[in-house]
Design a protein around this ligand. Structure first.
Ligand SMILES: Nc1ncnc2c1ncn2[C@@H]1O[C@H](COP(=O)(O)OP(=O)(O)OP(=O)(O)O)[C@@H](O)[C@H]1O
Length: 262
């Protein structure tokens, strides 16, 4: 088990608890999607899971060890966190941004050198974004920046990647590009992934497990197919939905269509 959360509880100071007795576990090479309405606590959950915010009670275990007992270098050599792309505004080039992903492997006063440049170039080639090496991140489109952030996460050689809404704001082409990348990393290379998403259809297409919260206090957790059904989605988002199945080539694709407010 790469990551486990045991009875995690959290509330921001002077506010009521938003995460109560969260229990989750993620196996190597699996993708977990986290869903729920705006403001329910998805980003907060990702941050608590990996120790960026402290659980008020409960704990997270990384490869069986309580995160609080681990050195931060060991945590960040194992986990790469990819925040929401639109929260970035740094005037780094694509190559410099990718190189930053090696930071946790360098000594305190060690500067990235020829080896890091070579690794960053190789990773950009692997992810298919060599053309962005010299481009300023501030001038990149949402899709370009998302791919640069994924390359930055991967150069860390993580066992677990955490993605906060990786496909939000991307056009269909870039959504599929990013989702295919996450799926390939998990299911072919064994890099586990946890992703927040506002798109149940995307979760359905790549995630092994789903965790869905709502304002009524329900917590739905299990295999994606068993959790993302019409009843649970309707109860979580207060909309009526239709779950439809279409076959395309040799695949059966499940599509979740919101039809009206409840
Ligand atoms: N640093 C903070 N201090 C106090 N409250 C916060 C802080 N960050 C978030 N919150 C509040 O905690 C709640 C959960 O926020 P969070 O960003 O985790 O939700 P979310 O489900 O990711 O939302 P969205 O889908 O809109 O991205 C919200 O009510 C938010 O206003």
């Amino acid at each position: 088990m790469i990551l486990e959360v045991e009875n995690g509880c959290f509330g921001y100071p002077k506010q009521k608890e938003i995460l109560k007795n969260i229990n989750l576990h993620l196996e190597k090479g699996h993708i977990l999607s986290v869903l729920g309405p705006n403001g329910i606590g998805k980003t907060t959950l990702l941050k608590c899971m990996i120790g960026l915010l402290p659980w008020t009670s409960g704990r997270s275990l990384l490869n069986g060890t309580d995160l609080r007992e681990m050195k931060s270098k060991d945590i960040w050599n194992t986990i790469s966190y990819i925040p929401q792309a639109h929260s970035f505004s740094f005037s780094y080039t694509g190559l410099e941004m990718v190189m930053l992903g090696r930071s946790s492997h360098l000594g305190l006063f060690e500067q990235p050198g020829a080896r890091e440049i070579e690794m960053a170039e190789a990773m950009m080639e692997k992810v298919g974004i060599t053309r962005l090496a010299g481009k300023d991140c501030n001038r990149m489109s949402g899709g370009e920046l998302q791919m640069v952030l994924i390359a930055r996460a991967l150069i860390n050689e993580p066992e677990l990647i955490i993605l906060d809404e990786p496909e939000t704001g991307l056009d269909f082409h870039n959504q599929i590009l990013v989702l295919n990348m996450i799926e390939r990393l998990a299911h072919e290379e064994g890099i586990s992934a946890i992703m927040n998403t506002h798109y149940p259809t995307n979760a359905m297409s790549i995630a092994d497990e789903a965790f869905m919260m709502n304002r009524k206090g329900d917590r739905f957790y299990g295999t994606t197919d068993s959790i993302l059904n019409e009843h649970n989605i309707s109860r979580s988002f207060d909309v009526n939905v239709i779950v439809d199945e279409v076959s395309y080539k040799d695949r059966l694709i499940r599509n979740i269509i919101p039809v009206s407010l409840t």
